[in-house]
Write a protein that binds this ligand. Sequence first.
Ligand code: PEP
Ligand code: MN
Length: 348
Amino acid sequence: MVVVMASDATEEQIAHVTERVESVGGQAFVSRGVVRTIIGLVGDIDSFHGLNLRSMPGVANVHRISDPFKLVSRQHHPDRSTVWVGPAGNKVPIGPETFTFIAGPCAVETASQTLEAAEMAKAAGATLLRGGAFKPRTSPYAFQGLGVKGLEILADVRETTGLPIVTEIVDARDVAVVAEHADMLQVGTRNMANFGLLQAVGDAGKPVLLKRGMTATIEEWLMAAEYVAQRGNLDVVLCERGIRTFEPTTRNTLDISAVPVVQAWSHLPVIVDPSHAGGRKDLVVPLSRAAIGVGADGIIVDVHPDPEHALCDGPQALLGTELRALAQAVRQLPPVLGRVDALERIRG
Ligand code: PEP
Ligand code: MN
């Protein structure tokens, strides 16, 4: 941390800052310039926060040097991480060496719809199945998901297809039941800053897929990941799913630059959700190509056997031509960038 003193700060004010820093066990290095004095702090950053340095007389500004998200930062963990998802013997990697394709229905509606969507996903090359049993809907009148029945359907479909399951959790009270059925717990955009939920999923002992809040900065998103990591769970995969901007043509605006920025700041894998970003099936393939090109560690995509009758997010669900084009992109483009298919990595 660096404390910048005001140009008219007195010697007493400078001495006061150094004394307070030393009182909490830190060291203060005073550097006097022509106009201003700056003080470099070395020590435990959390104890400096408790000092309220900004409110001290003569202090003009305080700058942080180290990342506030310690556990998920690359500052102390330079190598990028791989998160493994699935039951023992059938774990799928998400990380820097592979490109992981996750697909499935937005919501679990019936057993046959989920199985059909999973088979479509698998045929297109997906190695993990997505599907919401608890749906965080904007309207309380919209389909809220099948709840525990939906989790049971997902578990049956995993049995049939072999695809491990990623599913959303919206309420901390459901952590045990969701963790019992799912292989990865998803925290959606609307709950990214639900800190109690983040702590609860951090305690659940399963990998976590943490979507970016639709109005969250990258730093806020990484601080949310830090809540999970702080509970001893570093198996967190970040998901860029578009942010709110003034542009109404697309459902959200995919912040593609967030991918390399996050990869530079954090060791956690980062994937892209082109379906919820664009909200339109015609954009899923181009946005997926962009995600692969920018170095994302995977994508998560909505598919549905009958999008016209989908209970949730039908307009963005893939079927037919678009799904074939996506399967082709996912097969052909990642190797150009040096990534192997998740399945190849499993097989060694
Ligand atoms: C979802 O993946 O089903 C979902 C609701 O996504 P998001 O939280 O990104 O809106
Ligand atoms: Mn959805």
